[in-house]
Ligand binder design. Sequence first.
Ligand SMILES: [Zn+2]
Length: 342
Amino acid sequence: MKIVHSEAHARHDPQFFLMRGIAKASTEQPERAERLLAAASAAGHAVEAPEAFGPGPRAAVHTPEYLRFLETAHAEWQGLGDSAPEIVPNVHPNRYPAGYPASIVGRAGWHMADTACPIGPGTFAAACAAGDVATAAAEHLLDGGDHIYGLCRPPGHHAYADMAGGFCFLNNSAIAAQRLRQAYDRVAILDVDVHHGNGTQGIFWRRSDVLTVSLHADPLHFYPFFWGHAGERGEGDGEGYNLNLPLPLGTGDADWLEALERQAFATIRAFAPGALVVALGLDAFEGDPLRGLAITTPGFAMMGAAIARLGLPTALIQEGGYLAPELGDNLVSFLSGFEGAR
Ligand SMILES: [Zn+2]
């Protein structure tokens, strides 16, 4: 399988992570991409770097204000003096009507949903490179390619049009889907990451041209907590074009695959998209440090094969999946399952 990847991912090397009030090293480390790349290369997949597409693809799904913030925030934050090396917000507008602040501290709270998306000096460059990877994956399909894997880092599916969150800054899967709209009237995004794709849902919430489907650990007990419930179906033109399939914590291969085939695929087939974007998180793995679901390494091959049998031009976009010894094996398992069923 053709793989697109940018070494610029390493410019984003987040240090801060807050879990249950305890500050620790971020789970979203550059080593993730290095391990995924090494495993895919060792399995014989060909790797290419993306071209630089400029600001157009990210501006097609993110607001100008947010992109300006991401680009300039770190320098401004450093200018405050007596500030940490990374931007971590400490105040948020929350649920009440609010005004856009001038202060960089206020804007950090406005544009960052939580403390799991610290912005360092290279974060914007790395996020833009991941957006280029996603765009290149979409371009491959637009050029007549059948399927491709974009090894994006940082991940993207928690990023809204104007808000970072959960390790994510630019929504790579949304960027790919939006790009595919150039040739296809309808595009579906299937999110198999253990976490709900809340940013992706938010971006396409009022649209009927991009179907968003997410299988994930039930947010009643798992990040992103506030979104990902079954009752969220979209609004306005988008009503009925978002499907959430929250699953009990610890759900394994058989029940996961049944939800995929019986509910997710039924909705995707009824939508009849021209192309598919898979938000390919590998953190539903039973041994992932974040421990939400219990997919096995062979289970990822079954997942890949089932998705391949939909028969759609498919861009696989890397989302989560953290440092377990089997991380690379899980990717290779998914890719071989996919190719074997194509
Ligand atoms: Zn995840």
